[in-house]
Design a binder for this molecule. Structure first.
Ligand code: HEC
Ligand code: HEC
Length: 443
């Protein structure tokens, strides 16, 4: 139908049906402005059509498997391209635990879908909160207002959808083919964050998400979008948070209710322990807006919890000694050493594959390569070391004592120098690269 319309318009516009001769030419004086107007209107319509999602498109209900617990095992190879879903389905066979959301009673599935739509809208009209609960202040500070989210949704569709998917499941059409797989936002978990771990807050700051979008994640297929206008980047960060919160509410409910003998009360006990609930409030309809508020509150708290590095303590002439101490902390067996090398085997050149929280495979980075997903600034490395990368099971370094700050910078200095043999003190270079070694000695 639309094709026929375009065809007729095309014929009319290009004048195919105008017979050669005086009549056709006579009509042209009024045809031109009309045609011009029509092109403009159609152009605008088709543009608007291409930019946004259709109004009646809902967020899809989650039907893919939930990874409750990833296996401890280290497989030899990552799943082949396109094979992630199959590999997740098989996790149960190798010591993992998976749950199937489709096994929830149909009435529960329908209720979850309805409640999520109430709180989060649709891809064309995304929101956080149903407007009745007390989100406006926090929501505004986190830029989760409907206008910003609608703008973010348009930009997401254009730039991110093909990898991260409509609901943020990481299974867009390109997403299935890349390794590591694009982030599944639906667990509300992020890797590269800068908040203080002491507060037990596993939330990113908006700035962390913005950094990822602006700079990309080096060494993966996540591109850098720094070229986009600031306003669009901000809207994208808001939309990612929206998808994260929506997915997390869904994930948490399904994961909990799929366990044998569990009920809605377990959701309150596990996730809203301070909430006093009467018997008639033990419902999903009561839980969802409360839980949503709690998550928004946590994101909001994270904003002011940035982990500030101690002042850089060394003079230039002290760098070599600092690298030596960092090397020792990283790789020795000394009682105060940190055991980094037990995961980053051979400085990461021989790290084994392992499962992350999403049931996909990654491995402790090859730190001789100088490629850091979360950024290469000393500040980024400081955050990785002090914060760890919890979803990838990299623990935060447990540095204590008076010289904690110095030790942290020793580690950063060592990591920064590691890919460049010429900058390493000789005995460190020999230990890492061998004295006759894999790398030519500097002059
Ligand atoms: C070509 C595929 C691709 C495209 C397009 C893409 N991403 Fe990603 N994205 C990835 C991959 C892959 C990862 C995860 C890498 C990893 O975990 O090692 C990722 C991870 C992320 C993360 C998680 C960072 C963290 O701290 O855990 C965010 C946020 C993100 N992408 C946002 C976006 C946004 C916003 C867009 C669009 C503007 C976008 N991505 C477009 C592939 C893509
Ligand atoms: C339990 C295993 C484990 C230990 C111990 C560990 N790491 Fe890691 N590390 C990882 C994994 C896994 C990754 C890759 C994370 C990813 O890409 O998702 C990683 C990545 C990194 C990165 C790269 C970050 C980036 O932006 O790409 C650095 C730097 C790093 N580790 C430093 C350290 C240091 C320093 C220590 C010791 C204080 C340490 N690691 C201890 C598992 C570990």
């Amino acid at each position: 139908m639309f094709g026929t319309l375009i065809h007729s318009f095309h014929n009319w516009f290009f004048g195919r049906q105008i017979p050669a001769g005086s009549k056709g030419r006579k009509n042209q004086w009024f045809r031109e402005p009309v045609r011009f107007g029509a092109v403009l209107v159609l152009g605008l319509c088709s543009c608007a059509d291409k930019e946004g999602y259709p109004d009646d498109l809902p967020y899809p209900q989650r039907v893919d498997l939930i990874v409750e617990e990833a296996p401890k095992l280290s497989p030899n190879n990552p799943s082949p391209p396109g094979g992630l879903e199959k590999s997740i389905a098989n996790l149960g066979l190798v010591g993992g635990k998976i749950l199937d959301p489709v096994k929830l009673p149909e009435a529960t599935q329908t209720e979850i879908t309805k409640l999520l739509a109430e709180q989060f809208g649709t891809p064309a009209q995304p929101r956080v909160g149903d407007g009745k609960t007390n989100l406006p202040e926090l929501g505004k500070k986190l830029k989760l207002d409907s206008q910003t989210l609608a703008q973010g949704s348009v930009a997401y569709r254009r730039n991110c959808l093909h990898c991260h998917g409509l609901s943020g499941d990481g299974k867009g059409s390109s997403g299935l083919w890349v390794h590591p797989p694009p982030r599944d936002f639906r667990q509300g978990r992020f890797k590269f964050i800068s908040t203080n771990p002491a507060k037990n807050l596993n939330r990113p700051r908006r700035e962390d998400i913005l950094r990822t979008i602006r700079m990309g994640l080096h060494g993966t297929s996540m591109p850098a979008f720094g070229i986009l206008p600031t306003e669009e980047l901000e809207a994208l960060a808001s939309y990612v948070i929206h998808l994260g919160i929506r997915g997390e509410v869904e994930f948490t409910i399904e994961k909990t209710l799929l366990k044998p003998q569990s009920q809605v009360l377990n959701l309150f006990e596990n996730y809203l322990p301070d909430e006093e609930v009467s018997k008639d409030q033990e419902t999903l309809a009561f839980f969802v807006p409360k839980f949503l508020q709690e998550i928004v509150r946590q994101y909001h708290t994270a904003e002011s919890q940035v982990l500030v590095p101690p002042e850089y303590p060394f003079k230039d002439s002290e760098l070599s000694d600092s690298i030596r101490r960092g090397f020792r902390l990283f790789s020795s067996q000394a009682p105060d050493a940190l055991g980094c090398v037990s995961c980053h085997i051979d400085y990461g050149r021989q790290s084994p594959w392992q499962y992350d929280e999403w049931g996909s495979l990654n491995r402790p980075s090859n730190l001789t390569a100088g490629i850091y997903k979360g950024g290469r600034r000393p500040l980024d490395l400081f955050w990785r070391i002090k914060r760890g990368i919890p979803p990838s099971k990299m623990p935060a370094a447990t540095l204590t004592g008076e010289d904690e700050g110095k030790k942290t910078w020793d580690l950063v200095n060592f990591i920064e120098a590691l890919p460049f043999p010429a900058t390493l003190p000789e005995e460190v270079r020999n230990a890492v690269y061998g004295s006759t070694g894999r790398i030519a000695k500097p002059n």
